[in-house]
Design a protein. Structure first.
Ligand code: HSE
Length: 290
C-alpha cells in the first residue's frame, strides 16, 4: 500500500488566469492506494458526502483508467470540494503519483501533469492544468507550453467562506474577449508577480495579483468580497484575489501579519452573515509519498 499527501493549491493568483498556481503547505488530502483487480473508491473527510465514489464519476477513477492501474483508493479529504483550493486536483495529483509508483510506471511529475489534468476534467468539465501542476511539482508554477516551477517563501492566508461556487458557474462569468489595455495591464501584473515569486518578495507578489478582467466578475459571486479584501489590506496583506474559481479569498501577507489578516478576513465575512475559516499557510511542496 502507498500513502500520499497531496496539497491544496491556489490557481490564477489574479493576473495568471488559467496559468499560475501555488502549492499550499496546508490543507491537504491523504490518499491510501492498494493494487486491485478493479478500481474502487472510498471517500471520507471534509465534504466527502458531495463526492461520488463511482470510479466513472470520480477524478481519481479517471486517473486510474488513464494509467491502466486499477486500485482500491481511499481518500481522506482535507481540501473541501468547491472551495477554490484545488480539491479535485489534490486527489487527482495524489492518485497519479501513488498509482505510478505502485505500478512502477517510469513517469516524472511533469509527465503526470496531463494525466492528473484529465482526471480533473471529470469534475470541472475542461482539463485545466493550473491546479494539478503545483499539486505535483510544488512551489509557484506556470502551466504553459513549458511547465515551470520555482520555490518561493511568501506568507499566505486562504480564507474559505461557507459558500459554494462551482467552477462551471465561475467560468460562465469570464468574458470571451479583453481589450488591449486590459491585456497590457495584466501582462505587467503577471510579470511583477513572477519576479516577486523568484525573489520571495511579498510586496511584489501582492502588487502582481491585481487584475481587472476576471476577478471583479467572480468577486460578485462571493458575498462580502470587497469588504474582506479591504480589511485584509488594512491588516497587512500586500494583495488579495479570488483563489481559483472561488469562493476562497487568497491574501499575500507581509511577514508576521498572517494572524491579523486571517482574523480580519473571518470577521468581515461574519459581518456579512457568512461563516468562514482561514488557513494561515505558505507556498509548499508538491504531493509526497509517505
Ligand atoms: N483556472 C481555473 C479557473 C481554476 O479559474 O476557472 C479552476 O479549475
Amino acid at each position: 500500500m502507498i500513502t500520499v499527501r497531496a496539497p491544496a493549491t491556489s490557481a490564477n493568483l489574479g493576473s495568471g488566469f488559467d496559468v499560475f498556481g501555488v502549492a499550499l503547505s496546508r490543507p491537504a488530502d491523504v490518499l491510501r492506494v492498494e493494487r486491485a483487480e478493479r478500481t474502487s473508491i472510498e471517500v471520507t473527510g471534509i465534504g466527502s458526502e458531495y463526492i461520488p465514489e463511482d470510479p466513472a464519476q470520480n477524478t481519481v477513477g479517471a486517473v486510474a483508467k488513464a494509467l491502466d492501474a486499477p486500485a482500491h483508493i481511499r481518500i481522506d479529504k482535507g481540501v473541501r470540494p468547491s472551495s477554490g483550493l484545488g480539491s479535485s486536483a489534490a486527489s487527482a495529483a495524489g492518485a497519479a503519483l501513488a498509482l505510478s509508483a505502485l505500478y512502477g510506471r517510469d513517469l516524472s511529475r511533469r509527465d503526470l501533469v496531463p494525466v492528473a489534468a484529465e482526471g480533473e476534467a471529470v469534475v470541472s468539465g475542461e482539463p485545466h492544468a493550473d491546479n494539478v501542476t503545483p499539486a505535483l511539482m510544488g512551489g509557484f508554477t506556470v502551466a504553459a507550453d513549458r511547465m515551470t516551477s520555482v520555490d518561493a517563501d511568501v506568507p499566505l492566508v486562504a480564507c474559505l467562506p461557507e459558500i459554494a461556487v462551482s467552477t462551471r458557474d465561475a467560468r460562465r462569468v469570464v468574458p470571451d474577449e479583453a481589450s488591449m489595455d486590459d491585456l497590457v495591464h495584466t501582462v505587467g501584473r503577471a510579470a511583477t508577480l513572477a519576479v516577486g515569486m523568484c525573489r520571495s518578495d511579498p510586496d511584489l507578489v501582492g502588487a502582481g495579483m491585481e487584475e481587472q478582467v476576471v476577478t471583479p466578475r467572480r468577486a460578485k459571486l462571493i458575498t462580502g468580497y470587497n469588504r474582506v479584501r479591504e480589511v485584509a489590506l488594512d491588516a497587512g496583506a500586500t494583495g488579495v484575489t479570488v483563489s481559483g474559481a472561488g469562493p476562497t479569498v487568497l491574501a499575500a501577507c507581509r511577514r508576521g501579519r498572517r494572524q491579523a489578516v486571517a482574523s480580519a478576513m473571518i470577521d468581515a465575512f461574519v459581518d456579512h452573515d457568512v461563516e468562514a475559516r482561514a488557513y494561515q499557510t505558505s507556498i509548499g511542496r508538491g504531493a509526497e509519498v509517505y
